[in-house]
Design a protein around this ligand. Structure first.
Ligand code: NDP
Length: 250
């Protein structure tokens, strides 16, 4: 009996924010589906462990480092990935930061930096990767947040950046549909990672009690949705935002 081919066999995927949390789970899931994965973090050394885990399931994985907000560095990284891994078929913009504060206390610097990393970083990679993605009718998955859809007190910068990612996704989906590129967003709810680790136990319990499915999400809940959109299962879906939140935003 022959085993069925893996859905992403022969594809090259680039995942930003792949050193930990959701990005690490996405990178591993795409590697398990057969893709060669470029794992990107602020420094290549930070993404090395993830790249090794990917390499163990699909040879060809490699770690890269850059600040996603640095346009020239992003272009150089995308060029290097194509040269090293032989192309670029799937782009996952997952890197993100928070700098939470009520507006009256939020500094201009904290506003700007969150927009630069979360929104401009996503734009930088979409633009730098657009030519290779058009060549192979590739896929882009942008990680936004339910906060970008609902807003959240204390997260004006973060919510604005994530709402921006939804608008960017819809616009680029319209621009690139004629070239066969599908671009979608995923809006996670509350997922257990370093980003949410600072929330105290009492607040966590209160949050959990508001989730209709009764549990906090884990990174693989998001990775499963990315795999769905990145593979042939996502071939007729574009410009959408898929909410993966256990029903929290209902
Ligand atoms: P983590 O804080 O656990 O990880 C963030 C990742 O982004 C790290 O790999 C980090 O790299 C990378 N990163 C941060 N800044 C930069 C930068 N300037 N340049 C390059 N890489 C950078 O986050 P999560 O896994 O929790 O979140 C991943 C994504 O999911 C984010 O976009 C987040 O907004 C979104 N999200 C998360 C939710 C949650 O509940 N956790 C809910 C909704 C959305 P390094 O290790 O080098 O610092």
């Amino acid at each position: 009996m022959t085993s069925s081919p893996r859905p992403l066999q022969g594809k090259v995927a680039l995942v930003t924010g792949a050193s930990r949390g959701i990005g690490k789970a996405i990178a591993l899931r795409l590697a398990q589906a057969g893709a060669k994965v470029a794992c990107v973090a602020t420094e290549a050394s930070r993404a090395e462990e993830s790249a090794q885990a990917c390499q163990a399931v699909t040879p060809g994985a490699k770690a890269y480092g850059c600040d996603v907000a640095d346009t020239a560095a992003v272009q150089a990284l995308v060029d290097a990935v194509q040269k090293d891994l032989g192309g670029l078929d799937i782009l996952v913009n997952n890197a993100g930061i928070t700098r939470d504060q009520l507006m009256l206390r939020m500094s201009e610097e904290d506003f700007d930096r969150v927009i630069e990393v979360n929104l401009k970083g996503t734009w930088n990679f979409c633009k730098a990767a657009s030519r290779p993605l058009m060549k192979c009718k590739g896929k882009v998955i942008n990680i936004t947040s339910i906060v970008g859809l609902t807003g959240n007190a204390g997260q004006a910068n973060y919510a604005a950046s994530k709402a921006g990612v939804v608008g960017l996704t819809k616009s680029l989906a319209k621009e690139l549909a004629g070239r066969g590129v599908c671009i979608n967003a995923i809006a996670p709810g509350y997922i257990s990672t370093d980003m949410t680790a600072a929330i105290d136990d009492k607040a966590k319990e209160a949050l959990q009690s508001k989730i209709p499915l009764g549990r906090i999400g884990n990174p693989d809940d998001i990775a499963a949705a990315v795999e769905f959109l990145a593979g042939p299962t996502g071939d007729y879906i574009t410009g959408q935002t898929l909410v993966v939140d256990g029903g929290l935003s209902l």
